[in-house]
Design a protein around this ligand. Structure first.
Ligand SMILES: Nc1ncnc2c1ncn2[C@@H]1O[C@H](COP(=O)(O)OP(=O)(O)OP(=O)(O)O)[C@@H](O)[C@H]1O
Ligand SMILES: [Zn+2]
Length: 569
């Protein structure tokens, strides 16, 4: 049985995620996890909240709560929203877990033993107005690489270059805006990534089938300018994983914590360990190639801004440790989803957030639109017009309408059981062929994680059923040849079951409703299309489901567009 390890970029803890975050990481990861399970893989699907760092501290301060308490509450909020969107994590952990403390401290010790960590006195920005050292991303200024004037001290979001705050031209505090900054000396641990450059380069070259978006970002960071830089992996903060060498104090590092970007990806492993501790499972057979993980295929999902950390920094930790850890096999990255003429923004509260989305429509509407418009080859824009028209066309007119017509017609002419009589003719044989061909294409796209193509193929599979029904016209055939109409409707009911199975990774709730209406728990993936379309035998009872997808009205669309045009506080 193939074994697939899937991780989604960790949602940061400081607020509810917007639809851009969702479609750039957790949702496509869920799609793939569901698909792999349906194809019989043994799947481990891990996600967690990313809880350390200054934004969490500041958010907690704003909420008037101790940071640990704030994070615990926000974890629950994010967990509930993930459940609301049907995200089928095997475990949704926390980067602040004891497991992650231990593993992060372990990796730091290993890297030190390998000669890859150096203690350096560094100059760090201290803000007099704020009374504290400013973490990298809280120093803003002009990028020395491209001249963008709102570059952050950790990274320029314009040119993606990894920066240090002291690289910035005309720096200012992002917390207070103060330019009364002083560079003070403090000691920190540095991970000597430059020593790992050639090894990482070779490792990237071995990854033959990675998306161009992923490898181009990684190569740029490896080779542009002076190449891959050594990286400070500790910070002068209170909240985080204490700097220890395994379980012993690290001289000179008292009172410091690891940098959030060092501990966050390690949480993929620690999250699996949390799962193991909760269930009695074995996490090492997913992560240690000496303990059974050598047949695991590991796939990561993330937005493009996270690529450097996953394609270089995290592999630097794993390879640098010289222990047999599983590294990523396929790194699926996404461009950005923009919102109605601008960008989604958590800090500005701009866009639609996961809680708001669920408050106006069931999750499958969002899942379908987001996945069928996922920003794979370029940035994509969410507009209410496009959302309403796609949902209405694809889900209501094509899929929902098919289910409704077939079940209601059957109930009115034959009753609520699969009708007996008649046999398949040329039209049915042709449909089997069409669907078998389309299914092969659908699988190929899903296997390659080409999500838009997969969505288009799934839609075409729905359309094929509609066209068959339109041509067969059982409502007309019924008058002269009720047996023929029975065979046609039997096909229609079996198509509904087939659609439930194939659509499940995209729209799991509707899929469950369709299976329930068909009175079956048979959700086996169709290995043989002909047999799959005969799975519901004559006499099998079904019910007419409630409306699967109600159409979005123009009034609703305009109302939502107005309601979500501003920012939330
Ligand atoms: N507009 C977007 N479209 C697609 N993916 C996005 C978008 N914004 C963020 N992401 C991705 O969402 C995932 C979770 O991000 P995270 O919780 O760290 O928020 P973030 O990147 O800080 O976003 P924001 O700045 O809007 O809060 C990451 O993989 C990130 O790359
Ligand atoms: Zn720049």
């Amino acid at each position: 049985m193939p074994r697939t390890l899937i991780t989604s970029a960790l949602p940061y803890i400081n607020g509810i995620k917007h639809l851009g975050n969702l479609v750039g990481s957790q949702l496509p990861a869920d799609l793939y996890a569901r698909y792999c399970r349906a194809r019989g893989h043994e799947v481990m699907f891990v996600c967690a909240t990313d809880e350390h760092g200054t934004p969490a501290e500041l958010a907690a301060r704003k909420a008037g709560q101790p940071v640990a308490e704030y994070c615990a509450e926000m974890w629950q909020v994010q967990k509930d929203l993930a459940d609301g969107f049907g995200l089928s994590f095997d475990h949704f952990g926390r980067s602040s877990s004891p497991q992650n403390h231990r593993l992060t401290q372990h990796f730091a010790a290993r890297l030190d033993d390998e000669g890859l960590i150096e203690q350096r006195a560094s100059r760090q920005v201290y803000s007099h107005a704020d009374g504290r050292f400013l973490p990298d991303r809280y120093v803003e200024g002009t990028c020395p690489n491209c001249g963008y004037d709102r570059a952050r001290g950790d990274q320029c979001e314009n040119c993606t270059k990894q920066l240090d705050p002291t690289d910035l031209i005309d720096p200012r505090s992002a917390i207070s805006g103060s330019t009364d900054l002083e560079v003070r000396e403090t000691r920190h641990l540095y991970l000597l990534q430059s020593k790992l450059r050639d090894r990482l380069d070779r490792w990237i070259d071995e990854q033959k089938d990675w998306p161009i978006l992923t490898t181009s970002i990684a190569k740029k960071w490896l080779h542009d300018g002076d190449g891959l830089q050594d990286r400070g992996i500790t910070r002068d903060l209170d909240w985080g994983i204490p700097v220890m060498k395994s379980d012993v104090p690290w001289p000179g590092m008292e009172g410091k914590v690891f940098y959030v970007w060092f501990d966050a990806p390690i949480e993929y492993i620690a999250g699996t360990a949390e799962w193991a501790d909760a269930t009695g499972g074995d996490w090492e057979r997913w992560w240690r190639t000496d303990k059974g993980a050598d047949d695991v295929r590991y796939v990561q999902f993330m937005g493009k801004d996270n690529v450097p950390f996953h394609a270089l920094s995290f592999p630097a930790t794993l390879l640098g440790s010289n222990e047999p850890w599983k590294t990523v096999d396929y790194l699926k990255s996404f461009n950005y989803l923009n919102y109605d003429g601008g960008q989604f923004s958590t800090s500005q509260g701009r866009g639609v957030f996961m809680d708001q989305a669920l408050s106006i429509l069931p999750s499958d509407y969002w899942r379908w639109w987001l996945l069928s418009h996922v920003p794979e080859s370029s940035d994509t824009e969410f507009t209410w017009d496009n959302f309403a028209s796609s949902v209405n066309k694809d889900l209501a007119d094509v899929l929902g309408n098919f289910v409704s017509r077939v079940t209601k017609f059957c109930r009115s002419r034959f009753g609520e059981a699969v009708p007996d009589g008649g046999t398949w003719g040329a039209a049915e044989e042709a449909l089997v062929q069409t669907l078998a061909t389309r299914l092969a294409a659908y699988q190929a796209h899903m296997d390659a994680i080409e999500i838009r193509k997969a969505a288009a193929e799934l839609r075409a599979i729905w359309v094929a059923g509609n066209e068959y029904l339109q041509d067969a016209a059982p409502w007309a055939t019924f008058k002269d040849d009720p047996d023929r109409a029975a065979a046609q409707i039997r096909m229609g009911l079996n198509l509904i079951r087939l659609y439930a199975v194939l659509s499940r990774p995209f729209i799991p709730a509707a899929s469950d409703a369709m299976l329930a209406a068909m009175g079956t728990g048979d959700d086996a993936w169709p290995d043989d299309m002909r047999a799959a379309l005969m799975a519901l035998p004559p006499g099998h009872a079904f019910t007419v489901p409630d409306v699967l997808f109600a159409k979005i009205t123009d009034d609703q669309r305009d109302d939502w567009a107005a309601r979500f045009s501003g920012t939330r506080d």
